[in-house]
Design a protein around this ligand. Structure first.
Ligand code: BG6
Length: 463
């Protein structure tokens, strides 16, 4: 894949005081600044309802780095501070967006050049629609004032709450931005091991020959987290594990494992194959929800969410089937949960006789987190006079192979790709809709009541 050139830009962050900005975006910008990877002409404009100052944001960043046990570099802080400004704005008023446009025009006039405008929506998903309408009305989607630079918009998931609302949102956004301008963020795709899946499949013919239902007995895509909702009740209550992780991150990651490999891995070809794969997954029917899904909620969640009647799932498991020649008949489990025993984001591919699911010969595991890498277990004879055999693991591990800290964090990649205009690792509107189609009836069946919701002890995933 060729890398588009780095261009200049103004990064406009809606919701600069939010949790995501503090935990992910500001650290990512700090590392990019530290590595001199930001374009020479670059400005960050943080938007907030509440008054805050650049110094407050930098203090928060410093604290975040301290919590990570990482040293803070004074020079990088200074550099980052010098290209940041905060604008207080009421996002419910049209005039605020006209004012924002005037601010951006002013920055370009100050700098004497047009800058690409990158709008990052780090605000509650239900506010995307109105904010984007205002942006369209005030011509924020039309690039710089002289028409020589682009406007791009980056949105966090979930993109809609079900198939219908996602469709409505897509239609609404398209009134102001074209598909080429919209970057639907899925930071899982920007994780190094996720990117490695296609490379691994493309470059290791040994596995290509056995990649399908004749040799693979099942696939498990797993995203277990030890953390709970971390004070994000207002986001999590209407979202739940199915929307938060499965509809977006995990179905996207599944496509990387199961899509057909394009002859040339261009962005368009990869998106085309991912879409074909998503469209070949059989949508779960309403009458299958009881047998093909499991949902749970960790004990103590309702107190954290301050909702004694909450039926929001903090654990979800679904079983899907890919209805194409390569995968037909292979069960695929996709599951995600919070407050489980430990963090484990991985894809396990069981090789063995598909008819005997429990008699797995080898398991290939892509570990997205922690200990990023790839491993496969093999059966080997134990040393000694007997013929006893044992399972042993062969592992490729990023830290051992390439050294510590040399691969960028997913959000650094997300921001860099937004800045340089590379949409490969972002979800297209068709992909988003195809994913919703798979889980739509689950969303609606689950909304009817919580009889099947399993309340689980923290650390113990529902069976
Ligand atoms: C986010 C979800 O998209 O991903 C969070 O909203 C979740 O609920 C997070 O904790 C997990 O990301 P990562 O990169 O830590 O696996």
């Amino acid at each position: 894949m060729t890398t588009p050139p780095l261009t200049s830009g103004i990064l406009v962050i809606f919701g600069i005081t939010g949790d995501l900005v503090r935990k992910k975006l500001l650290p990512a910008l700090y590392y990019l600044a530290g590595e001199n990877l930001l374009p020479e002409q670059f400005e960050i404009v943080g938007l907030t309802r509440r008054g805050t100052r650049v110094e407050d944001l930098l203090d928060g960043l410093q604290q975040e780095l301290r919590e990570r046990g990482e040293p803070a570099d004074h020079g990088t802080f200074k550099r980052l501070g010098s290209i940041m400004r905060v604008v207080t704005m009421d996002m419910t008023r049209a005039q605020s967006f006209a004012d924002l446009k005037a601010t951006l025009d002013g920055i370009e006039t100050e700098r004497g050049t047009c800058l690409n405008r990158l709008f990052y929506l780090s605000i509650p998903p239900h506010t995307y629609g109105p904010v984007i309408d205002f942006m369209g009305d005030s011509k924020l989607g039309s690039g710089c004032q002289h028409g020589t630079a682009d406007s791009r918009i980056m949105v966090e998931k979930p993109f809609g709450y079900d198939l219908e609302s996602a469709q409505e949102l897509i239609t609404r956004i398209k009134r102001s931005f074209t598909e080429r301008q919209i970057y639907r963020i899925d930071h899982y795709l920007a994780k190094e091991t996720a990117q490695n899946i296609l490379t691994f499949r493309q470059s290791n013919p040994l596995f290509q020959a056995v990649w399908g239902s004749r040799h693979i007995s099942h696939i498990v895509v797993n995203a277990a987290e030890a953390i709970g909702i971390e004070g994000r009740a207002s986001f999590y209550e209407p979202t739940g594990a199915l929307r938060d992780l499965i509809q977006s991150h995990l179905l996207q990651v599944l496509t990387l494992v199961t899509m057909e490999l394009p002859d040339k891995p261009t962005s368009a070809n990869v998106h085309q194959e991912k879409l074909k794969l998503l469209q070949s997954i059989k949508p779960i029917k309403p009458n299958e929800v009881a047998t093909r899904t499991v949902r749970g909620q960790y004990k103590g969640y309702r107190d954290e969410a301050e909702n004694p009647d909450s039926i929001t799932e903090t654990f979800a498991r679904i079983e899907v089937e890919i209805d194409n020649d390569r995968w037909r008949g292979v069960p695929v489990l996709v599951q995600a949960g919070k407050r489980l025993a430990r963090k484990d984001t991985s894809i396990a591919i069981g090789f063995g006789d598909p008819a005997a699911r429990h008699n797995i010969a080898n398991t290939l595991v892509f570990r997205l987190q922690p200990d990023e890498g790839i491993s496969i277990d093999l059966v080997a004879k134990k040393p000694g006079f007997n013929d006893d055999a044992e399972r042993v693991e062969m592992t490729f591990d990023y830290h051992n192979a390439f050294g510590e800290g040399i691969h960028p964090d997913a959000y650094e990649r997300v921001l860099m790709d937004g800045i340089r205009g590379d949409q490969t690792l972002f979800a297209t509107s068709d992909e988003v809709l195809a994913s919703w189609r798979i889980v739509d009836s689950i969303v609606h069946e689950w909304a009817k009541g919580g009889d099947d919701l399993i309340i689980y002890e923290p650390g113990l995933a529902p069976a």
